[in-house]
Structure formats: structure tokens, C-alpha cells
Design a protein around this ligand. Structure first.
Ligand SMILES: [Zn+2]
Ligand SMILES: [Zn+2]
Length: 143
């Protein structure tokens, strides 16, 4: 479980100034993986009191650009954020309720970044999304 000083270190490591909103957003995303912006704003407000939507948007943008957060946006969903970065893991998404879970690469570490033909591109991300029904929704459908 990362502490505030871990989050401070992550910000400094990314050459970002340590601010209360940045710490609050990092910790909110860490505690609520795949949360959307509105949920993150809710969590941050519990922590910091009144903080504007725009401030949280700006922090999410800066942290994503700095590589401290990863932004995913499955088709038909709003943008979601997670603090698990750098491993190019995949996601499984429920078509019915939108639940999202992490899925490791099927083989080893980030083999999916090795395209069979990279066309000369320097590839840094591959997006694999598995679609289906989560256990809750598939039980609801079959009964
Ligand atoms: Zn579902
Ligand atoms: Zn994830």
C-alpha cells in the first residue's frame, strides 16, 4: 500500500511539483482503479473539500502525460484512470454493466508489444480489450 511519501516520490521522480490536489488524485486513483473522472472528483473532495472539476481534470491530464497514470477508454465508456502503469496489461469489460477488470498479458511480460510487423513504428502501447458479461450480469441473463 503506497503512502503519501511514496506518492510524493513518484511526483518528484516525474519532475512534478508536489501539491495537495496531485497527491489526492494519485491516491484516489490508486484506491479506485478504473474510476472515471466524476468518481475521482468525488473521492478527492472527501479528502480536500471543495476542489473544482477543472483542477481535477488538469491534474489527471498532467499525471497521465507524466506517465504516473494510465488513461483507458473502452468503446462507449467515459475515460477511466488507473495507477497501474508500465506493464501494458489488458482489460476485460462487461458489455452489460461496464465493469472493468485487469487482465495480465497471456504470456510473460508485455509480449503483446512485440508486433509481428511493426512497420518501422516505435511501439509503446498495445490495447487489448476483452468484451463479455461479468459474473453478475451473466447470472442475471441466464436465470
Ligand atoms: Zn456486468
Ligand atoms: Zn487496469
Amino acid at each position: 500500500m503506497p503512502t503519501t511519501s511514496d506518492f510524493e516520490r513518484m511526483l518528484r521522480g516525474a519532475a512534478l511539483r508536489v501539491t495537495r490536489p496531485r497527491l489526492a488524485v494519485l491516491s484516489a486513483v490508486h484506491d479506485h482503479p478504473h474510476a472515471d473522472t466524476d468518481s475521482i472528483i468525488g473521492v478527492v473532495r472527501e479528502d480536500l473539500g471543495d476542489v473544482s472539476h477543472q483542477a481535477v481534470y488538469d491534474v489527471l491530464r498532467a499525471l497521465t502525460l507524466a506517465g504516473l497514470l494510465r488513461r483507458i477508454q473502452p468503446l462507449g465508456s467515459v475515460a477511466r484512470y488507473e495507477s497501474r502503469v508500465g506493464d501494458n496489461h489488458h482489460h476485460v469489460v462487461c458489455r452489460s454493466c461496464g465493469a472493468i477488470a485487469d487482465v495480465d498479458c497471456a504470456v510473460g511480460t508485455t509480449p503483446c508489444l512485440t508486433a509481428s510487423d511493426d512497420h518501422g513504428f516505435r511501439i509503446d502501447e498495445a490495447e487489448v480489450i476483452y468484451w463479455g458479461l461479468c459474473p453478475g450480469c451473466s447470472t442475471a441473463t441466464s436465470s
